[in-house]
Write a protein that binds this ligand. Structure first.
Ligand SMILES: Nc1ncnc2c1ncn2[C@@H]1O[C@H](COP(=O)(O)OP(=O)(O)OP(=O)(O)O)[C@@H](O)[C@H]1O
Ligand SMILES: [Mg+2]
Length: 366
């Protein structure tokens, strides 16, 4: 039931270098599954290693269950970490690999057996306990690595990109299994990934990191629906949000944003937020799935736009359409039965509620 709390945590490797983790603050709830999400090099592993005690904290505080752990040895922190490269002992079978830390801790044989059995059941590797790592598939090895951590019954589990070595299909399968297992595990988990789908499906909350700074901390839904800035808006959601330059106007009492090839009427509730920005440039954000065939338009605000179909990629129920608006490449996601072949043009509608606006100077959401 341990909770991890980071307070203004900074990490600098060299005195003159910019911080790799910059004033990161986040307080985990009990048994929360917290995801650290961000591009390569943004400081995810460093944050994780500081929580585990494998890296010192330059300034700030890390607390686990209310206790400051900055100066505690890793073994005294009540954390179990699963590393990206799962490093199993090749000469030991699965059961011995999983029980290694328990034997070191001198638990009774019965207790070790019980814990390994519980973890093996949870991970569905009961049949594999006598095999050596070389006799396992990648996904099975991955599960053994996770099993080795969860037998430890630590208060906090740290997973650093545990699925990154798997192919796309196995990755999806393991992701679903982790999602199922996390309910049974009922522990505090900090989970690092650069895969936003993994983050969205697993996390109670997600910390979006860029250059060592938290851009936004929130539930998957909050990040998707109300991104605080253009970075988060572009990072959460696949395919990513489209961004177009536009200008805000008020004509005959109607609030609009227009640009090359589009003009969207905005809902009244945006009036307050855009006050003082009339005739000013903004960045207009529209998610690929927000484009609907014009015939299906049923909102008061928004606008129509005619777009060429440059490429149409069939992916099953939906199709990804590459198009161009005002000279910029945009991506649309539409139902396949509505998709036209490349070379045609289609009329679309975007609802005013689906239009995001950002300040072009600082990227903040308007
Ligand atoms: N021991 C170190 N000494 C100096 N710089 C380091 C050290 N460890 C990490 N860094 C730097 O800190 C930054 C963050 O690294 P970190 O490993 O935390 O990134 P990450 O978000 O985990 O990236 P990835 O997704 O690629 O694993 C990088 O620029 C990296 O080069
Ligand atoms: Mg890393």
């Amino acid at each position: 039931m341990s909770r991890v709390c980071l307070i203004d945590v900074c990490k600098t490797f060299a005195a003159a270098a910019p911080p790799v983790v910059d004033k990161l603050s986040v307080e985990m709830a009990e048994n929360e599954f917290l995801v650290l999400l961000g591009p390569s090099g943004c400081g995810k592993s460093t944050t994780m290693r500081m929580i585990a005690g494998l890296e010192t904290v330059t300034s700030g505080e890390i607390r686990i269950d209310g206790r400051v752990v900055n100066d505690l040895e890793p073994k005294d922190r009540d954390v179990a970490m699963v590393f990206q490269d799962y490093a199993l002992y090749p000469h030991m079978n699965v059961a011995r690999n999983m029980s290694f830390s328990l034997r070191l801790a001198r638990l009774s044989a019965d207790e070790i057996k019980r814990r390994v059995a519980v973890a093996a059941k949870m991970l569905d590797i009961e049949e594999l306990l006598n095999r050596k790592p070389a006799q396992l598939s990648g996904g099975q090895r991955q599960r053994v690595a996770i099993g080795r951590a969860i037998v430890r019954d630590a208060g906090v589990f740290l997973f650093d990109e545990p699925l990154s070595n798997l192919d796309a299909r196995l990755r999806g399968q393991m992701r679903d299994e982790l999602a199922l297992m996390r309910r049974e595990l009922n522990k505090s988990v900090v989970y690092v990934t650069h895969d936003q789908i993994e983050a969205m499906t697993l996390g109670d909350r997600i910390v979006v990191l860029s250059d060592g700074r938290a851009q936004q901390i929130g539930t998957p839904e909050a990040l998707y629906k109300r991104p605080t800035n253009q970075f988060v808006a572009g990072f959460i959601g696949t395919p990513p949000m489209n961004f177009l330059p536009g200008e805000l106007r008020e004509t005959d009492g109607e609030l609009t944003v227009d640009g090359d090839g589009f003009c969207f009427a905005l809902p009244d509730r945006m009036r307050e937020r855009v006050s003082g920005r009339h005739r000013r440039e903004v960045v207009v954000g529209v998610r690929p799935a927000a484009f609907m065939p014009a015939a299906e338009a049923r909102a008061d605000t928004g606008g129509r736009l005619k777009l060429p179909v440059l490429v149409s990629e069939y992916v099953g129920a939906s199709s990804i359409v590459i198009s161009r608006c005002g000279g910029r490449r945009i991506v649309l996601e539409i139902r396949s039965d509505n998709a036209l072949p490349a070379g045609d043009s289609m009329e679309f509608f975007v609802a005013g509620e689906a239009v995001y606006l950002f300040d072009p100077e600082n990227g903040q959401a308007i």
